[in-house]
Design a protein around this ligand. Sequence first.
Ligand SMILES: NC(=O)c1ccc[n+]([C@@H]2O[C@H](COP(=O)([O-])OP(=O)(O)OC[C@H]3O[C@@H](n4cnc5c(N)ncnc54)[C@H](OP(=O)(O)O)[C@@H]3O)[C@@H](O)[C@H]2O)c1
Length: 199
Amino acid sequence: MSKVVLYMSMSLDGFIAGPDDGPDHGLGVNGERLHAWLRAGGVDPGSYRPVDGPGATVFDEVMATGAVIVGRRTFEFAGGWAGDHHDGVPIFVLTHAAPEEPAPGAARYVTDGIASCVAQAKAAAGGRDILLHGAATAQACLRAGLLDEMELQLMPVLLGQGRRLFEDLPPDHIELELLRSLDGPGVLHLRYRVRSAGG
Ligand SMILES: NC(=O)c1ccc[n+]([C@@H]2O[C@H](COP(=O)([O-])OP(=O)(O)OC[C@H]3O[C@@H](n4cnc5c(N)ncnc54)[C@H](OP(=O)(O)O)[C@@H]3O)[C@@H](O)[C@H]2O)c1
């Protein structure tokens, strides 16, 4: 059964991008620090793979997923990965209104909500897990009770400002279970199961 898994690099104070993020500087001011655990890469996401260690393990798990769900902002800042995130797996781009131009390659826009997006991704993932990208999209998934796991790369930095991963959540607390912790170098990889909201 496919799980929806959020992969996200986050500062210790909870930011996943610095201020003023945009198409030319996807992670915002000082935000590139969050991806210091990766190799410097290009348009192809595979080019960011760390050579070895826990980072390579986590990276390989990302690239073994069978579908991608991504918010439109992340998708656009990444140039849509030229329509291929990895191995041509389907990419579902969550948006309230699709542009007139069709999405490139294996990507398609989804305008009927997060539940439909998750259902379409699960149907297309061939039983493999689904990679989730984007903070607003992760929050929508959490609110809907549709996020199964989170793999957070906790970076030892305080960004102080920018885009927070956890906002706009309901007042009920969300219970997590730590499944795995991998140490460094220079990053803590934390994997959580989302157990319940409000319990
Ligand atoms: N640190 C990391 O590892 C990492 C990884 C990925 C991304 N990022 C960064 O995260 C930032 C992007 O995240 P974000 O939270 O700003 O945006 P996002 O989740 O990528 O995209 C937000 C957009 O998705 C659509 N959307 C979200 N929820 C929706 C819903 N419930 N129904 C319909 N559409 C919905 C909306 O598109 P419309 O406005 O078109 O309706 C919304 O504007 C960027 O700075 C990116 O570089 C960081």
